[in-house]
Each structure stands twice: as structure tokens, then as C-alpha cells.
Design a binder for this molecule. Structure first.
Ligand SMILES: [Zn+2]
Length: 316
């Protein structure tokens, strides 16, 4: 079996062209920044019939090698363009924004290397920074020296960069989120087959994320993902979800498409970094996860924002 990157995965030019075509079909193409290497950072805005509708964000491919995440984001837009009924409720309730690739330099690097290389080479941006460890930590918290919590050492796969929001990609996403005041967001990754909400410690937020994760999983047809989180044992990492929840008052979850077991089975047959993260046939995962995303966003916009939920439960 070939280890080369193969269709339906798209080379960087074909990917950009698909995003442009879907923007024309669905709404507006919004360029909100540039990567280190000067590639445009593009969002597609899908307007709602309600002018005052809350806005929700689906953001994929913050990690360069996780191409299936980008295909899930494009699948969401393809179903909007096709008028799929599974998105009717969400479209009536919310304005949808989709960022199919927040790390175009990592994506291009993965393509140039044919999907082979170290995790640090394929995951990070052109400065070697793990963009999902480059967000500010909530006030009063600190980074612990734990695996996955973000490394202070350049060259590591989880190097958090010289300072929070040091990278043009994360700074641009922060500015976009601050300007649009998204009510809910989902960051798309692979390959753990789980839902990882922002880290929260209050009972109200824990219960709300439980409800949101059940909404997501209940709408999945292929494989239902479970919540991976703890109220008591967790670490601050500089991840996008934590920043959106605690810094910008937005419901935020990380969706890990594909499962460890399915990844392992595929990897044993065709050892390659790329095929560890991306299913040979992504279509069942895309179908399943698009349904989950639509249900998650619809449930999230029915909730008050995180800060308002706290106030409503604890009184003035
Ligand atoms: Zn990832």
C-alpha cells in the first residue's frame, strides 16, 4: 500500500480553490490574516436569516498534518451549499463561520514532505511553534511541566513559542474571535475519537459541557465520541478552547476525529506519519462529525454564554 498522500486529500492549491468555491456558494470569503510564510488565513461566513443571530465558529487544521479535520470543515460547508436538512436548525439559529485551515504553512509542509517527518516538523507552523499551545493562559494560572501541556523548548512538537499569541496565525484568530464575539466554537483535530471541552472547574460549566458533548455524540452516525476531561485533574496548556472559554466567554470544544484503534489498524498496514492521523476513507468520519457539529452548535446557542450561566446559577 502506498504511503503517499492520495485523494480525496487535497494539495494546497486544490484546497485553497475548494475553499474559494465554497465561499462563493455559501456566503462570504473573509481573509483575516496571513501565515508566517504569507499564505492567506481564510474564513467562510455563512449568513443566517436572523440578522441578530449568534455567531459560531468551526476552526480546523491548527495542526499541519491533521488534514481530515480540514475535510470535516469543508464537508460542513459542502452540506450548507447542498441545502442539507441536517443543517436547517443550525442555519435558522446561528451565523456559521468556518476556518478550514488555520495553519496553511504546516499543511503545505506536510504536502512537500509527502506526509513523512517528525511530529514537530508536520504539526507546527513555519516558526516551529505548536499553535495550539500558543494562546494565553487564563489569568492567575500557570503552565505545569506535564506531557502535552506545552514545551518551553524550541524544536519540541508542543513548543508554545516565545510568548502567547506570538504567531500571526493565533493572533489573527484571537482578533477575529474578539471582533465577532462567537457564542460557541469547535476546534477540529485528529486522531483520538474524543470530545475535549475547555477546562472548567465549576459544576455549572461541567454539566453544560456534558450536555453539549452528548448533543454532539447523539447526532453521530458512524462512531460516537466520548468526552475526555476531568474537573479535578487537568492542566492549563495554552490551547485554543481554554482561551476562547476563559478569555472570550465562548463555549469551546476540541473534536478529535478518527479513533486511536482505527488509526493503529491503518498505521500497521502502511506505516507513515500522514496515515496515522488521516483515514484512508474519510467520508464516514466526515458524515458523522458534520452531524455532530450541527447538533453541538444548535445546543450551544440555546445556552447563555458561559459567564452568564455562572451568574444565573449563583445569583447577583
Ligand atoms: Zn491536533
Amino acid at each position: 500500500m502506498s504511503t503517499a498522500i492520495a485523494p480525496p486529500y487535497l494539495d494546497p492549491e486544490a484546497r485553497a480553490a475548494r475553499v474559494d468555491a465554497l465561499a462563493t456558494a455559501c456566503g462570504d470569503r473573509v481573509e483575516f490574516g496571513r501565515s508566517v510564510d504569507g499564505e492567506p488565513l481564510v474564513a467562510v461566513r455563512v449568513p443566517s436569516p436572523r440578522p441578530d443571530a449568534p455567531r459560531v465558529l468551526c476552526c480546523a487544521n491548527i495542526h499541519g498534518v491533521e488534514w481530515v479535520a480540514g475535510l470535516v470543515a469543508l464537508g460542513l460547508l459542502e452540506r450548507v451549499a447542498a441545502g442539507a436538512p441536517e443543517l436547517d436548525e443550525l442555519r435558522a439559529r446561528a451565523e456559521l463561520w468556518v476556518v478550514p485551515c488555520l495553519n496553511p504553512d504546516g499543511y503545505r509542509n506536510t504536502w512537500t514532505r509527502g506526509g513523512e517527518g517528525t511530529l514537530a516538523q508536520l504539526r507546527c507552523n513555519a516558526h516551529g511553534v505548536d499553535l495550539n499551545r500558543n494562546y494565553p493562559l487564563p489569568a492567575g494560572t500557570r503552565r505545569l511541566a506535564l506531557p502535552g501541556a506545552g514545551s518551553l523548548e524550541p524544536g519540541r512538537a508542543t513548543w508554545c513559542g516565545p510568548s502567547p499569541l506570538s504567531e500571526p496565525e493565533t493572533a489573527a484568530l484571537h482578533e477575529l474571535c474578539a471582533a465577532q464575539r462567537f457564542h460557541a466554537a469547535a476546534g477540529l483535530h485528529s486522531f483520538m475519537g474524543t470530545l475535549i471541552p475547555a477546562r472548567v472547574t465549576t459544576r455549572e460549566h461541567w454539566a453544560a459541557y456534558g450536555q453539549l458533548c452528548r448533543s454532539f455524540a447523539g447526532a453521530q452516525r458512524h462512531r460516537r465520541y466520548r468526552r475526555l476531561a476531568s474537573r479535578f485533574i487537568d492542566a492549563w496548556t495554552g490551547e485554543q478552547e481554554d482561551h476562547l472559554h476563559h478569555g472570550l466567554d465562548c463555549w469551546a470544544i476540541c473534536v478529535e476525529t478518527f479513533t486511536v484503534a482505527a488509526s493503529l489498524r491503518q498505521h500497521l498496514r502502511a506505516p507513515s506519519r500522514f496515515w496515522r492521523f488521516n483515514p484512508r476513507d474519510p467520508s464516514p468520519w466526515i458524515d458523522s462529525d458534520v452531524g455532530g457539529l450541527a447538533a453541538y452548535f444548535s445546543a450551544a446557542v440555546a445556552l447563555p454564554r458561559p459567564a452568564a450561566l455562572s451568574r444565573s446559577r449563583t445569583g447577583p
